[in-house]
Design a protein around this ligand. Structure first.
Ligand SMILES: [Ca+2]
Length: 319
């Protein structure tokens, strides 16, 4: 069955690769691409998103601008990882493709409440747009069948440590208040966090570049992004969230209550999963009303990389 998704992005090297993976996957139809401040400013995120679609020759995916600041704090970019332009310093010219007039949180609400009840949300940036949508229309949390997010560091595997601070992952750290709104809403969330996205078996290696064609459409960009990505570990964070939709059997899932640290002087933005076996159900029960989040705790790295290379290694779209 064709899966209809809203993809919320802060494009970003790995967001660009995630968009292309989604566009090239016949199992998915992107109903709307919504953009949010994160890796770079909203203006750059929009420009990058439109450029990716334009290079790929995609004209039928509407793109919307969203929030240009987190809910409470000021934006802090990640250009040290993604390049000054957010796209590996490719400095692409301004795209001729244009964004639509709507505002991302409104679009998220509209598409979820349109009566069809079949929207899957995929977020590969901070949760600011989604939180704003939930604050506007809390009922959407009950209408969405599935939310797959790239985000969080849950300390459930040896790789699940923070990438901005020792305990905080970028998307959550950038807007912890938004993440808390999302976790508290009861939205059925699958978290594809650093516990799996930084597993070396699922990360690009220099030898993989030989399998990435430089020819045609968006391929020169794909090649450049993959090369740049190798400078910081070869991690394919955001494509892995899309891969969850395509092949959920690549992942092992465990469910735990999750809360977000908002006040810690050194732990702000930490995603705290209550993985205790001894005390969780005892009189020391923590947050009994809190719903569980499905957290990816293992990925078949070899099969994930094969899927990525099959669909992004050359311009031909997967059948
Ligand atoms: Ca991202």
């Amino acid at each position: 069955m064709l899966r209809r998704i809203i993809l919320d992005v802060d494009t970003g090297i790995d967001d660009a690769l995630a968009i292309l993976l989604a566009v090239r996957s016949p199992e998915i139809k992107i109903d709307a691409l919504t953009t949010v401040v994160g890796n770079v400013s909203l203006e750059k995120v929009l420009r990058n998103t439109l450029n990716v679609l334009q290079l790929e020759g995609v004209k039928d995916v509407p793109v919307y601008g969203g929030l240009s600041t987190p809910l409470v704090v000021k934006p802090r970019d990640a250009s040290v990882v993604h390049g000054g332009d957010g796209l590996a310093d490719t400095n692409l010219p301004a795209p001729s493709l244009r964004a639509e007039a709507g505002f991302a949180p409104d679009i998220i609400c509209e598409r979820i409440l349109d009566g069809r009840g079949d929207v899957t949300l995929v977020t590969t940036g901070p949760l600011t747009n989604l939180a704003a949508a939930i604050l506007k229309e809390p009922v959407i949390a009950k209408k969405v069948k599935l939310h797959v997010m790239m985000g969080g560091a849950f300390f459930l595997t040896k790789y699940g440590q923070g990438n901005v601070t020792p305990v905080s992952e970028f998307n959550i750290w950038h807007d912890p208040e938004a993440a808390k709104v999302v976790f508290d809403s009861g939205l059925p969330t699958v978290a594809v966090g650093l516990d799996v996205t930084t597993d070396p078996a699922a990360s690009l290696k220099r030898s993989d570049l030989a399998g990435i064609s430089n020819d045609g459409g968006a391929q020169p960009l794909v090649r450049r992004l993959c090369e740049y990505c190798l400078k910081s570990g070869g991690y394919l964070h955001d494509p892995m969230a899309v891969a969850y939709l395509l092949k959920p059997d690549l992942f092992t899932i465990e469910e735990f209550p999750v809360d977000v640290e908002l006040h810690g002087s050194i732990t702000r933005g930490q995603t705290v999963a209550d993985s205790r076996s001894r005390w969780r159900k005892s009189h020391f029960q923590w947050s009994p009303e809190r719903g569980a989040v499905k957290i990816c705790t293992k990925v078949d790295g070899g099969r994930f990389l094969k899927l990525f290379m099959d669909r992004l290694g050359s311009v031909s779209r997967a059948a």
